[in-house]
Design a protein around this ligand. Structure first.
Ligand SMILES: [Zn+2]
Length: 399
C-alpha cells in the first residue's frame, strides 16, 4: 500500500516536472525568437543616401544591442537638418511605424532628414509581462508582401540591464546645459523601473546603462552634426491628458504653435494640442535635448487604445484597428469626458495614428523653414493625410 502511494507520488512529480520543462523550453524559444527577430527596413527605391551606426556618437555602444542604424536622407541642396526618433516606447507602434514609413517614403530635395525608427531596440525585443500584448504586427504591401514588425515593451529589456534599483536617480551626467531655465532642477528621483525608460534617460551617460548610452549617443549626435530639430514620436492611452498633442520645449513653442494653427488645424483640419515641456520633468527628449543642445526639441503624442487601461482583449487586431468595445463604452459616459481623443467612431486605427504623426512632422519641419530660412528642409513624396486616412491600410505606404 505504502509503496503504491510512493510510486504514484513519483509518477505525478515526473509528469509535473516534464510539463514545467516543456513550458520553460517553449516560452524560452518564443523569447529567443523575439529577441533576435530582425525587422526588414526597405531602403531600395527610397531616398536613403547612407546609413550610420549610433555608436559613431558613443563608442561604448559598439557591439551592444543598442547600436542601431541611423538612416540618412540627404537632399541635393544643403539646408536644415532634422532628426526623427521612432520606437522610444516600443508598445506605441504608431511612433515606430511612422518613422519607418517616413524613411521609406520621404524624398528631401533640400536639407537632411535623419531617421532612427528603433531608438529603443532593447524595448522592441520583449513584451511587458502580464499585459497580454501581441509580440508582432503585420502589414501587407501593395505588392502583396507581408511585412512583420515588433510590438514591444515600454522599457528596455531586463536582459540588457538588471536588476533595477529601488529608486532611479536621474542625472545629467557630464553635459553642460545650454538653455536650462532658471530654477530648473537637473536631477530627479523616479521609481526603479524607470531606469529602463528611454525617455527618462536623456541627456544620457556615455558609459552608463544601455539605455543611458543610447540617450548619450542621440545628444552627442545632435551636437556633433548641429541638428536643428528633433522630433520624438509616441502614443498614449486615450484617457491620458497629453494626447493628440505636440509637446514642445520653450525653444520650439512658436514653431509648434504656428504648425498647429496654420497647417494642421486650418489647412488640414487635424485637431491637435500644443503642450509646454514641464521644466522639472527630467530625462525626456523634449526637455533635455532642448536644454542641452541647440535643437528645437519636440515630441508628438497620438491616442493608442492598445496601451490604455480601459482596453479589453488585447491582440494584433486591436493594435492595428484601435477598435475596442470597452473604449466605445467609455466614450459614451459623461459625453466622452473620460477620454482625450474623439472615439465616437469606435476605433482609432494605426493608419490614422501614423498619418497624424507624418502630417505633424511635415508641418513642424515646414514651419522651421518659414521662420528660419537657413534651416529650410524641403521634402517631396510626403504621404497625404487624407489619402492615408481614407485608405485605412498602412501597408500601402510600406515598400
Ligand atoms: Zn511614449
Amino acid at each position: 500500500m505504502a509503496s503504491n502511494v510512493k510510486k504514484k507520488g513519483i509518477i505525478s512529480t515526473c509528469v509535473i516536472l516534464a510539463v514545467a520543462i516543456f513550458m520553460a523550453v517553449y516560452a524560452g524559444m518564443s523569447f529567443n525568437k523575439k529577441r533576435n527577430f530582425v525587422e526588414d527596413v526597405v531602403t531600395e527605391g527610397s531616398a536613403v543616401t547612407k546609413t550610420m551606426k549610433l555608436s559613431t556618437y558613443n563608442s561604448y555602444l559598439a557591439n551592444t544591442f543598442g547600436d542601431v542604424d541611423i538612416y540618412v536622407l540627404e537632399g541635393e541642396e544643403p539646408g536644415g537638418q532634422a532628426l526623427i526618433l521612432g520606437g522610444t516606447h516600443a508598445n506605441e507602434p504608431a511612433g515606430h511605424m511612422a518613422a519607418i514609413v517616413m524613411l521609406e517614403q520621404f524624398k528631401p530635395t533640400k536639407g537632411t532628414v535623419y531617421v532612427i525608427p528603433d531608438i529603443c531596440k532593447s524595448g522592441l525585443s520583449h513584451n511587458d509581462p502580464l499585459e497580454g500584448t501581441p509580440q508582432y504586427i503585420h502589414f501587407t504591401t501593395a505588392d502583396g508582401n507581408v511585412r512583420t514588425f515588433h510590438f514591444g515593451s515600454r522599457a528596455s529589456n531586463p536582459i540588457d540591464q538588471w536588476p533595477d534599483p529601488d529608486t532611479y536617480l536621474h542625472t545629467s551626467g557630464d553635459w553642460e546645459p545650454l538653455h536650462l531655465p532658471e530654477n530648473a532642477q537637473t536631477t530627479q528621483t523616479l521609481s526603479g523601473s524607470e531606469v529602463r525608460n528611454q525617455n527618462r534617460c536623456y541627456p544620457g551617460i556615455a558609459n552608463g546603462t544601455l539605455t543611458e548610452k543610447v540617450s548619450y549617443a542621440v545628444t552627442n549626435m545632435i551636437k556633433t552634426l548641429n541638428i536643428d530639430m528633433i522630433i520624438d514620436l509616441h502614443e498614449s492611452s486615450p484617457e491620458y491628458a497629453v494626447n493628440n498633442a505636440i509637446v514642445a520645449h520653450a525653444n520650439a513653442m512658436e514653431i509648434a504653435g504656428m504648425a498647429k494653427a496654420l497647417t494642421l488645424e486650418e489647412e488640414k483640419g487635424i485637431a491637435i494640442k500644443v503642450e509646454p515641456s514641464p521644466i522639472n520633468l527630467r530625462g525626456l527628449t523634449h526637455r533635455e535635448l532642448g536644454d542641452y543642445t541647440d535643437a528645437f526639441a519636440l515630441l508628438c503624442e497620438v491616442g493608442n487604445p492598445s496601451q490604455g487601461r480601459f482596453r479589453g482583449y488585447t491582440d494584433e487586431e486591436l493594435a492595428i484597428t484601435g477598435k475596442d468595445p470597452c473604449y466605445k463604452v467609455a466614450s459614451e459616459i459623461h459625453n466622452g469626458a473620460l477620454l482625450y481623443v474623439d472615439y465616437s467612431s469606435g476605433d482609432f486605427p494605426i493608419s490614422l495614428r501614423v498619418a497624424r504623426h507624418i502630417a505633424t512632422v511635415a508641418a513642424l519641419i515646414d514651419e522651421m523653414g518659414y521662420e528660419y530660412p537657413e534651416k529650410e528642409i524641403i521634402i517631396d513624396n510626403v504621404p497625404d493625410y487624407d489619402e492615408m486616412v481614407a485608405a485605412d491600410d498602412l501597408g500601402l505606404w510600406l515598400r
